[in-house]
Design a protein around this ligand. Structure first.
Ligand code: BES
Ligand code: MN
Ligand code: ZN
Length: 534
């Protein structure tokens, strides 16, 4: 598809940045760590462990572990990495990295994932061809299920360390990725499935991060739509890209209203996943509808944002990218239920054709909306998309959006906001997020907040004023959910890391990709309570 226009001068159509780094698959051996052939071996180290905790490793290090631990140069504090040599002949690797795992009593899957990323990032700077990581859990012996969870989280973490946001600096090549081997002594052979799940989920997160990192002049609505289709296609998921006339025919006045100030036309992407064999039970099959905000750049429109930090608004499509990444994973890993991915895409610009404050738009659902602030555009395009997900047969809804600055005030950059109904569905989504490594916390949706959306002229206003800004934004979305079980994830604070951490470089985080995929892949955990309509 032609992505024409002055905006793209000098860049080719489909991927302006150096193509994403693709690494060799991660292997897994069940045998002993000392015999594993590799250039460098990574060993998780729990705080306060004696120097001889891992067989004869200290002897192979020439006593350096005992020295580092006793001088407190390295104590196993979470994410610290200590490099040393292994001159002895007891181990086949010549180099060792100890990675801090924190206190063993508080070790869990979230820590295992982050520790693997920290190790992956640290090892990557060493430019080695091969590296291996020993999997260690909270206990010395693990059940088959625990092995599988640990291996999956570790592979996710190592894969997240392969991400390179791409760079438009000419001649800037990312450090190479070593070929990784996991060592899981005592694990059942069935960990192969966990290895694949972790790899696919980590890669899908990285693909979403690549999209969110792209600048607005490259990732226009048209290019974003085609990149989403490519990504979902990797998982065998079908993509339909609706253009202006089809969006008009559906009556999506809110999506069209947001897009009308831009030289770039709106798009609506519909992704459809079908399980290999739908169960013979006919009517009862639930359909998950995933909806992601796809504003390729948010200037605020006529209610224009201040210049400071406006550049960050290139990631205002991170929710849409998360849905696309999740659909790829769902397709590759095979969820048991049908899943729809709906991504409304627009660029929010001020111009002579832009919507004005005070304009009234008509939603596809039929409700009229007074646009009091053109910067509250995400809820407008999501409202039409939520309605469309229902029309296509979704029975359960989850939307993801960089929706409100207010959520950053409420929860900071650690935790995504979570709102919706019924409580059991919201809690189900929260718990899936916890397993997937995406922290979320609920805010209330009491009916009384609806008053803040009253308009003199239309069915509702698109803003509810400063108080409870994230809640009133969600109250607006709720108007378009038709009483279906629905959860809204506000990722305005979590989609982008402002500062680097040992387990998280600056830039796009890929938040919510693994959560959305997990909800679909574990659909057998849904119950009557999570499916109650209001
Ligand atoms: N995309 C922004 C929200 C945002 C803010 C994302 C900060 C990431 C970081 C959204 O479209 C927006 O502008 N929201 C307004 C709503 C207000 C006008 C009611 C906001 O939060 O200020
Ligand atoms: Mn905005
Ligand atoms: Zn926005």
């Amino acid at each position: 598809m032609a992505a024409s226009g002055a905006a793209l001068h000098g860049f080719d159509d489909n991927s302006a940045m150096p193509s994403p780094t693709t690494a060799a698959p991660i292997g897994c051996v069940l045998g002993p760590a000392a015999a594993t052939e590799t250039d460098l071996i990574v060993i998780p180290w729990f705080e306060g462990e004696p120097a001889d905790a891992i067989g004869d490793l200290d002897r192979a290090s020439g006593g350096d572990i005992a020295r580092a631990v006793s001088t407190r140069e390295f104590v196993g504090k979470a994410f610290d990495v200590y490099f040393t040599g292994l001159p002895g002949n007891e181990w086949s690797a010549r180099r060792l990295a100890l990675v801090g795992a924190g206190p063993r009593a508080s070790f869990g899957l979230g820590l295992a994932r982050r520790m693997a990323t920290a190790a992956g990032l640290a090892v990557r700077t060493r430019r080695l061809a091969r590296a291996a990581l020993l999997c260690r859990g909270a206990a010395d012996t693990l059940s088959d299920g625990e092995w599988s969870e640990l291996v999956q989280a570790t592979v996710e973490g190592l894969t997240l360390a392969e991400f390179h946001g791409g760079s438009y600096k000419t001649g800037d090549a990312p450090p190479p990725i070593p070929e990784w081997t996991l060592i899981a002594p005592g694990a059942p052979v069935t960990v192969a499935d966990a290895l694949r799940r972790g790899r696919v989920l980590g890669e899908s997160s990285n693909r979403a991060r690549e999209l969110a990192n792209e600048p607005g002049n490259v990732l226009t609505p048209r290019l974003f739509a085609s990149r989403i289709a490519d990504l979902a296609g990797e998982g065998g998921v079908s993509a339909e890209i609706l253009e202006q006339p089809q969006i008009e025919a559906l009556g999506m006045g809110m999506l069209l209203g947001v897009a009308q100030g831009s030289a770039e036309p709106a798009r609506l992407v519909v992704l459809r996943y079908e399980p290999p064999a739908t169960a013979d039970s006919v009517a009862a099959v639930p359909v998950l509808g995933l909806v992601g905000k796809g504003v390729t750049f948010d200037t605020g429109g006529i209610s224009i944002k201040p210049a400071e930090a406006m550049d960050r608004m290139k990631d205002d499509m991170a929710g849409g990218a998360a849905v696309a990444g999740a659909m790829r994973a769902i397709g590759l890993l095979g969820a048991p239920i049908p899943v729809l991915g709906i991504i409304p895409i627009a660029e929010n610009m001020p111009s002579g054709t832009a919507i004005r404050p005070g304009d009234v738009l008509k939603s596809a659902e039929g409700k009229t909306v007074e646009v009091v602030n053109t910067d509250a555009e995400g809820r407008l395009i999501l409202g039409d998309a939520l309605w469309y997900a229902r029309r296509l047969g979704a029975t359960h809804l989850v939307d993801v959006a960089t929706l409100t600055g207010a959520i950053v005030v409420a929860l900071g950059r650690i935790t995504s906001g979570l709102l919706g109904t019924p409580d059991a569905w919201v809690e189900h989504v929260r718990a899936a997020g916890e397993r997937a490594g995406d922290a979320m916390w609920p805010l209330p949706l009491f009916e009384e907040y609806r008053d803040q959306l009253k308009s003199e002229i239309a069915d509702m206003s698109n803003t509810g004023g400063r108080p409870a800004g994230s809640i009133t934004a969600a109250m607006f979305l709720k108007e378009f959910t038709g009483g279906l079980p629905w959860a809204h994830i506000d990722i305005a604070g979590t989609a982008w890391a402002e500062e680097a951490k040992p387990y998280q470089p600056k830039g796009a985080t890929g938040v919510a990709v693994r959560t959305l995929a997990t909800i679909a892949l574990e659909a057998d955990r849904w119950t009557d309570r999570t499916s109650r309509r209001v």
